[in-house]
Design a protein around this ligand. Sequence first.
Ligand SMILES: Nc1ncnc2c1ncn2[C@@H]1O[C@H](COP(=O)(O)OP(=O)(O)OP(=O)(O)O)[C@@H](O)[C@H]1O
Length: 821
Amino acid sequence: MSGRANNRNKKVKVWARIRPSSNFAHDNLELLPDKKSINLHLKRDPKKGIVNNQILDWSFKLDGIFHNATQEHVFSTVASNLVTSAIDGYNGTLMCYGQTGAGKTFTITGATENFRHRGLIPRALSQLFKEIEERLEFSIIVRISYMEIYNEVMYDLLASLPDVENPSGKETMVLTENQDGVYVKGLSCHLAQNEEEALNLLFEGETNRTIAAHVLNRMSSRSHCLFTVYLESRSRVHSNAKYTVSKLHFVDLAGSERIGKTKSEGKMQTEALYINKSLTFLEQVVIALADRKREHIPFRQSKLTHYLKDSIGGRCNTVLITNIWSERAQLEETVSSLRFATRMMCVASEPAVNEVCDPAILVKTLHQEIEHLKSELAMHDTLANRSSVNYDPLSEQQKYEIRQQCRRYLEGTLDEIDIVNLRQIQGTFEAFREIYHQIENDVEDKLRQKFTLSDRADVAAMGGAQQAHMSTADEPNMVGETDGTGFGVGSAPKSAKAEPSAVVQLKKKEREREKKRAARGGSPVGVKVTSSPTQSAKGEQDSKSPLTSVDRDKEEGPTSPVSSAGGAQRPDKSLHPHSPPSRTAAFEEFKQEKGSEINRILIENKEILASKKKAYSDLAKKINNIKLDIDNTRQTLERFRAERDTEGPVFNNDGDIVISEEEFMEVQRLKDLKKTYQIDYEELKTLKTQVQYCQKLVDQCRQKLLNEFDKWYAESFLNLPGEEVQTSVQAGYGPRLGAFLPIIPSAMLEDEEEKFDRLHNALLMNNPDSVSFFNAKMRTERRKIYQAAMSQAQPSYAHHKSGTPTTNVHKKLPNMLQVHY
Ligand SMILES: Nc1ncnc2c1ncn2[C@@H]1O[C@H](COP(=O)(O)OP(=O)(O)OP(=O)(O)O)[C@@H](O)[C@H]1O
């Protein structure tokens, strides 16, 4: 069956979710083992008389039924794909329908007091940003709007409480349509650059909804809430004119119970009437959509259906979750909800990507193409006598010939390269690039050899010192091993063996002298701190060493940083031509002397950074506490509302519900808390920028210090001109960790750390209980980063041991770390 035929059979996906209950009506409600079907048996209603046509047995088959399902299971089953498809450019709608208290809000938003119970929106946002981070080749913009429709009036839940300042409820937003679809003029749309910002918008909308419910007596269960995520995705790789736009709606519908059941009067009756009307219109739209022959769909009858015009079935991925009760008293409403669900199942859905063309880029691309074709033609005209324009790609033979031509051109044996067509020009440039890379690699190899030998000399010197320190004749293997391999660590590369440098020869001689000394029972070099240089030099006069006696004196002198305890003496190039101090000791020395100014600045910057970080973390804690306060206040307000509902609401002359002073105070408190939260949050953002800035300064200073040290070390001890030195930072090695350990760039780790902090804070806002969960997650993630970094760095380490210390760890890390987020 073709994909098209498949699409033709596609329908809106419909699920039912049963609210957990200890009074599950087992006699009336039967769930079948396929986990899709449900049978209901109603008792005859004696109030309807002896003769009535009431249907008592109902069977429904849906796409699935969630019974005792976790939030995670519901999300992965119905919403996860919607999120991925939305990033791919498909519109998506997830709607919860059902009577009041059946669990719509619990499903869509979740319970704030428990992290495990967070609903589909926070989970979807989390997955969304994770996937966006993984799609490096796309630049994806996320915007969010949050709207409430109450009594057929639209309210922006993300505007700064317009309805509180405008209690008349005069509508400021208008539903409009253009070629791109339906949109609401006046509805604020907010950029969200990460999960934290998106969660904040959700949280802000929820708070505004609660405040409006109390200040304006707008019952949240009596309004429709629409949280919409808008995505715009452009390729970073191809600068073509096409890009995708999509929107993902999360719709929490008002309670669907019939008006008789609410037993409402006054204002509440008006609400119920509006709800009934808009849900009836929704049902009419669904019925019309299900009928393929219908040409007119009555979308414009209500704000809800008009807003969702392009978001139910059709080109959009649509999922309906019908929330139902399982208790006997609610069976009639349950049947009604399931009937709506089965109607929705008939609505066809043929999702399609929403691709848009950017006219400006399109014009630019076409211009480029015209220019390209023009130049091809021009070339064809000029070269018509010599060759014709060839559009085929170059063959291997042709590429080889072009490479040869380029080489000869560079060597000077060819004066001009014959240009025949555009392909050849491109091939020529490619050949030049290859040659350039090859030269670059050759130069790097040469530098590596230089480093290898010097570092080996360094290691050998340390090996000698170690052996001397042990100072036991029964451990000759230490020396023997070192001598055997030449350097004690790994084996030398062939090139190094073929062309031993002066340093290598120097070391060999030193080993020979060492052996002789050991045979005579004398102290090895490393411990001859107090011996007379002339004396020791004298003993060596007969040897065939190419060194002068002065050289030997210097070599064995008491100022050797390796031999002196602590090694903190001032390194002197002239005194130590071949026995440099360990890099760690030299670095300590460097910080005190030549690099003292930059080191001082580094320490200062570190202190400032630490204080900023502390201020940031203190403020984050404070904000979290405010968030806890807000949650508690909201719960208190909920309690007040519940009490009012049980006692029966008291109305004033205007028909508005009168609230107690205590409740009023709580509302005030909630507003104040929200204001403080916003102010502090703004300050937190400023602090964060400051922390990032200070971090950059610290990194720069550290890098400068290391670079200067490397140059100084090379000049002073390795006889290398400073400019030729590949610094520790470039090479990924640093004195603090010893010459052989890779440094994971601190900036990078802190970047990751920041990500954790952000996530941590965002999730704390959602629920304070998640702290331990997140700490654990942070630990695992950090371990992963380290392991990944080390496993990447490991080959370089091994390489280094065998003589190639220049592998650039820095270059490898970023891509690898990004994989984790
Ligand atoms: N699957 C579930 N698991 C645990 N608790 C649930 C579940 N479904 C609903 N609840 C609880 O039932 C109560 C009512 O749920 P909720 O507010 O989500 O209903 P609703 O359908 O959105 O009602 P309304 O129309 O008034 O907004 C809440 O306290 C919620 O925590």
